[in-house]
Ligand binder design. Sequence first.
Ligand code: FES
Length: 184
Amino acid sequence: MSKPKDSTDDGDRRAFITKATVGVSAACSVFPFAAGVPAFLDPVSGNGDNVDEVPWSKVAPLSALPEDGTPTRFGIVRERVTDAWTTLTNVPVGAVYIIKLGEKVKAFNLKCPHLGCAIDHRSDRSDFFCPCHNSSFSLDGSVSDDASPSPRGMDGLETKIEDGFVYVRFQQFRPNLADKVPLT
Ligand code: FES
């Protein structure tokens, strides 16, 4: 014979469900924020003062670059980005210009060192230009116009060529400083 329904049991069950719901809601409201903190503080995991700890990102075949040294823009995708709670794969983290110089390459972060806008390549002038506040840069990355507000040249990145592919150690740097300081 089944046990008769007890109104006290119902009350206990309701109280338990209410407490559990409040607990789960509180956890959901806290953890997404907490999970976002490292991403905010370190948008590209692996950045830091020690460049040897910055992972290599595979960019493009060397043969895809123009022989005449014209800069080519590429997006950078990290295969894996990990923080304390999650691991994400194939995460877009920024973009670069790559310039082929014989059998070597040069790479620059596409972000303007002034306040972080995207820098354009002006093929008609053979230079770089940031349209946000009119900073101009030579193809070697240096500031080319005294009126440019950028306090430093474009941020160069370490490169290597392996098995015919160009790799870059992609980093972000603090904006609006004369010195190139990695974001940590
Ligand atoms: S952000 Fe490029 S000049 Fe200001």
